[in-house]
Design a protein around this ligand. Structure first.
Ligand SMILES: Cc1cc2nc3c(=O)[nH]c(=O)nc-3n(C[C@H](O)[C@H](O)[C@H](O)COP(=O)(O)OP(=O)(O)OC[C@H]3O[C@@H](n4cnc5c(N)ncnc54)[C@H](O)[C@@H]3O)c2cc1C
Length: 489
């Protein structure tokens, strides 16, 4: 995931507008979203060890991005008065801890050594407590919401005061080596997800008691990583392979790059094409996902299912597709948000197919559009497996940008068309990015399509309720804070 924050230091110039809540359109929301993540907590010593490991991984994510940027010598920083204004709202202590975190991140040597160093220091009494306190106050505080859902609440409330919604995520996914996790860990993970849904539900009732004007959305969401909910991610891999074999046998996806598109029958193909042990794991996963979706529906909280590595994705696509069909109604609640990675060469075809599919089947298509975080491991696996031809990811960043832009254009034109036809909106998107050029493009298109209009001499942008409930922008907590704060002013 080394690309997660590659462009944190690149701050292109932006147009001087703001997104604003508008009484004219009775809009109470800002179409903005933040993600807070928090690692697991438990008294079990094994859990504590894992917590350290996940914490370290979380730190490296931010770190490697900076390292990569520094190595390419590609850092462009444009001074923008908007950034300065937005950052004046950030408390000094937060600015200092953020500066320490990002200064550390800019050294590849420190980044490479960080996990080993942490492991050594955490064995030494007293020093380990000092190191822990330092990490909690700097890296952890910069990038994560808290260690428990209740610890996250002050941050969620502070963001909400800035008119920023939250996507609360529990930080755990498949082990990088694909090895098994213990069942108790899965159980604990599921309980944390359910408890974060309850927390977000309670906060939503307080912040946003009536969400009818924004298509039922209250911007209190929860994020889920499917690989964090199975003891053995290999079951997802085998299920995905079974889906691909079945599609190939049916002659589907001949012109679609790997890993293809979701189709009817995928879930059944996964269950019938794997071993009994894998089947049990997949059925248990389905039961967990249904439990989570039901809890989310009861609490009027949306769940966002993250996109992960392509070798798990056919199974994740299939589950997401099944849940969207079941839990996303057109004129009632819509609970499940899928995630689409624009860096995959399949993406333009996927988006077109998903829009068509939702239209034909009569459910609401909700998705988060990201560029994609697993570029390096995708390329490495493709090579290791000796596969021929282009890998799943676009060969150049320009093609990824074009694919992301296509997603923005296609989404906004589809929504514009549905508004023109006086239809219920059948699609909702979250553009998750720290790239201000992408955000500018989306807003320009919204304006051109009459979904947003400027006030205050062009400094503010007013959205209709319908749009505020259908298009959002998202950043990871602690990354691109200037973007989030600016957009929410
Ligand atoms: C709220 C939020 C949720 C997210 N959820 C997910 C998720 O569910 N799944 C997921 O995979 N990621 C997720 N991400 C991470 C995301 O995919 C990106 O890795 C990250 O946001 C950086 O992309 P950008 O658009 O912000 O920045 P940019 O700097 O504009 O783009 C960087 C991205 O461009 C792509 N890229 C860079 N170089 C090349 C190249 N040579 N060829 C092809 N493509 C290239 C990579 O995808 C890289 O991450 C999420 C990000 C956010 C903000």
């Amino acid at each position: 995931m080394s690309q997660t924050s590659v462009r944190l230091a690149v701050i292109p110039a932006r147009a001087p507008w703001r997104l604003v809540a508008s009484s004219q359109f009775h809009t109470r929301s800002s179409p903005l979203l933040f993600r807070l993540s928090f690692p697991q907590v438990s008294n079990n010593p094994a859990f504590r060890r894992r917590r350290a490991a996940y914490g370290a991984v979380g730190t490296v994510l931010a770190v490697s991005g900076f390292a990569w940027t520094a190595q390419t010598g590609n850092v462009e920083v444009h001074e923008d008065p908007c950034d300065r204004r937005a950052l004046t709202t950030v408390p000094m202590t937060k600015l200092i801890s953020g500066w320490i975190a990002f200064a550390f991140c800019s050294s590849p040597t420190w980044v490479d050594a960080s996990e080993t160093l942490y492991n050594i220091v955490s064995q030494i009494p007293i020093l380990s407590s000092i190191a822990n306190a330092f990490i909690m106050r700097t890296f952890f505080n910069q990038f994560l919401g808290g260690e428990t859902t209740s610890e996250c609440i002050p941050k969620i409330e502070a963001l909400r005061r800035e008119e920023v919604g939250t996507l609360l995520g529990y930080n755990i996914e498949a082990e990088l080596d694909g090895s098994d996790k213990r069942r108790e860990l899965i159980h604990a993970q599921t309980e944390h997800v359910l408890s974060s849904i309850e927390t977000q539900g309670r906060l939503a009732r307080k912040f946003w008691p009536d969400s009818t004007t924004t298509s039922g959305d209250n911007r209190c969401w929860v994020r889920i990583k499917v690989t964090g909910l199975v003891p053995s991610p290999v079951a997802l891999y085998h299920g995905s392979n079974a889906i691909l074999s079945e599609r190939s046998a049916r002659g589907l996806d001949k012109d679609v790059p790997y890993p293809g598109l979701p189709h009817d029958g995928d879930w059944e193909a996964a269950l019938s094409g794997v071993s009994t042990k894998d089947r049990e794991e997949l059925l248990a996963l389905r039961a967990i996902m249904e439990k989570i979706a039901t809890k989310a529906r009861e609490n009027n909280v949306r769940i966002v299912i993250d996109a992960e590595q392509t070798w798990y994705q056919p199974l994740i696509d299939s589950l997401t597709d099944e849940l969207m069909q079941k839990y996303n109604t057109l004129d009632g609640p819509a609970t499940c948000i899928g995630s689409f990675q624009a860096y995959l060469r399949r993406y333009p075809q996927l988006l077109d197919q998903q829009i068509r599919r939702a239209e034909e089947k009569g459910y609401k298509l909700l998705f988060k559009q990201v560029r994609g975080a697993y570029m390096v491991t995708e390329a490495a696996r493709w090579k290791r497996e000796g596969r021929q031809g282009l890998g799943p990811v676009w060969p150049t960043v320009e093609e990824t940008h074009a694919s992301y832009n296509y997603g923005i254009q296609r989404t906004i034109s589809t929504i514009a068309e549905q508004i023109k036809n006086n239809e219920h909106l059948k699609i909702g998107a979250v553009f998750a990015t720290h790239n201000s050029i992408s955000i500018d493009l989306a807003i320009k298109l919204m304006e051109q399509n009459g979904m947003a209009k400027r006030i205050d001499d062009g400094k503010r942008l007013v959205l209709s309720n319908e749009i505020a409930g259908s298009i959002a922008f998202a950043q990871l907590y602690g990354n691109g804070t200037f973007l989030t704060l600016e957009c929410s002013l």
